[in-house]
Design a protein around this ligand. Structure first.
Ligand code: NDP
Length: 371
């Protein structure tokens, strides 16, 4: 289970005396920096990949269980809430909270209990045997259990002109770029809550927002639809598709196709915000973990267990149905509890093996190497 050179700590978890791969949780990321310098692996009972609401909630719970989690949070940590403006539906914030502020609060809370957060991307994993091995920014990590909470990222329409003019008037982040469109005329494309929310947020800057959707009805929540439809700065364009973003050096307009009849039309404007959904971040895990027909990681449903024993999944990377900060946080909590119980079960089995007794299966934990 462990590398003999690794300092061991004893964890009084649930009355069991577990021997972990833990580094000193109170020492923050210093041991990780030291390992990076020496080229040696960093060992931890649990490594969490991702630092959105799911990853950081898992970090809070596993840190409070004295599991000294290492969170490999991504170069741009914090997940989708970092590019969200006002969050009005996260419980506990009756006046709303900015997405980045909420994530910084999550992070502070996780660090307060000893979670070690590394701002790097995982570029390779080996999940075929334990300890699991992960690599990020040239450092190798060993983990008894892994929680994958890598979230999902924004989708693009896929037009050549959209790619060419990205950063020159085309954006997928109203919070990041809205400021640049003060008193300008712009468009938002999409029919879900993201598009409605972006359009409403952009009313703080733009003089007019064209909200373009390819069908005759939005799929976003009724309250957001009503707000967008009644906003004096927002004009709805239903049954319209963006066929081309016009402009050589920067956005000058859009060529729209019609889904309810023949013909095309053009809009003259200065910016386009694409808000058409997300893709789960599964690339480094694809060779190891099962995905569903939409490409999202598959958890077993009753728990957050993946098809590999000891690897758990949480948040938007396995959820294309709810995709809320609060549901992601809830999944992070579930994954942390699943890890805690799984580690207990592993330890109990080790004790039984040492005593020569037949193996027992702990409630809620799976013992096969795959399902
Ligand atoms: P959704 O998947 O809900 O919506 C994507 C929209 O983009 C759909 O209307 C879809 O059209 C349209 N679309 C997809 N591909 C294209 C394309 N190539 N060209 C044009 N249009 C396209 O994604 P969202 O990001 O809006 O929302 C995801 C989840 O997150 C939802 O559950 C939502 O409720 C939630 N959310 C909640 C928020 C909040 O409560 N504050 C804020 C943002 C999101 P079609 O309808 O035809 O499929």
């Amino acid at each position: 289970m462990s590398d003999d050179a690794t300092p061991k700590t004893t964890n009084p978890l649930a009355g069991l005396s577990l021997t972990f791969l833990a580094a000193d949780a109170t020492a923050g990321t210093a041991p990780i920096a030291a390992a990076a310098a020496s080229g040696g692996p960093v060992a931890a009972p649990v490594v969490i990949v991702g630092s959105g609401p799911a990853g950081l909630t898992a970090a809070i719970y596993t840190a409070r269980a004295n599991l000294a989690p290492v969170v490999i949070g991504g170069v741009v940590g914090g997940g989708q809430l970092m590019i969200t403006s006002e969050v009005e539906n996260y419980p506990g914030f009756p006046d709303g909270v900015q997405g980045p502020e909420l994530m910084s609060l999550f992070r502070r809370q996780a660090e307060r209990f000893g979670a070690r957060i590394v701002d790097a991307d995982v570029d390779r994993v080996e999940l075929g045997s334990r300890p699991f091995r992960l690599w990020a920014a040239g450092v190798e990590y060993h983990a008894d259990a892994v929680i994958v909470a890598t979230g999902a990222e924004a989708l693009w329409i896929g037009l050549e002109s959209e790619t060419r003019l990205r950063g020159r008037g085309v954006s997928a982040c109203a919070t990041c770029d809205g400021f640049f469109f003060r008193d300008k005329e712009i468009a938002v494309v999409g029919g879900g809550d993201s598009a409605l929310e972006e359009a409403l947020y952009l009313t703080h800057f733009a003089s007019k927002i064209h909200l373009i959707h390819r069908r005759d009805a939005f799929r976003g929540s009724k309250i957001m639809q009503a707000r967008a439809a009644s906003h004096p700065k927002i004009q709805l364009h239903l049954n319209r598709t963006v066929e081309e973003v016009l402009g050589a050096e920067h956005v000058e307009g859009l060529r729209l196709g019609k889904t309810d009849g023949p013909g095309e039309e053009e809009l003259k404007l200065d910016g386009l915000f694409v808000a058409i959904g997300h893709r789960p971040n599964v690339a480094v895990f694809r060779d190891w973990l099962e995905t569903d027909e939409k490409g999202y990681l598959r958890a077993d449903g009753a728990t957050t267990a993946s098809n590999i024993d000891g690897v758990f999944v949480a948040g938007d990377v396995d959820d294309h149905r709810y995709r809320q900060a609060v549901t992601a946080a809830g999944e992070g909590c579930r994954a942390a509890i699943d890890v805690e119980r799984w580690l207990e079960a592993q330890q109990a089995q080790e004790v039984q093996r040492a005593q020569g007794a037949p193996e027992a299966t702990a409630s809620g934990a799976r013992t096969a190497t795959s399902r």
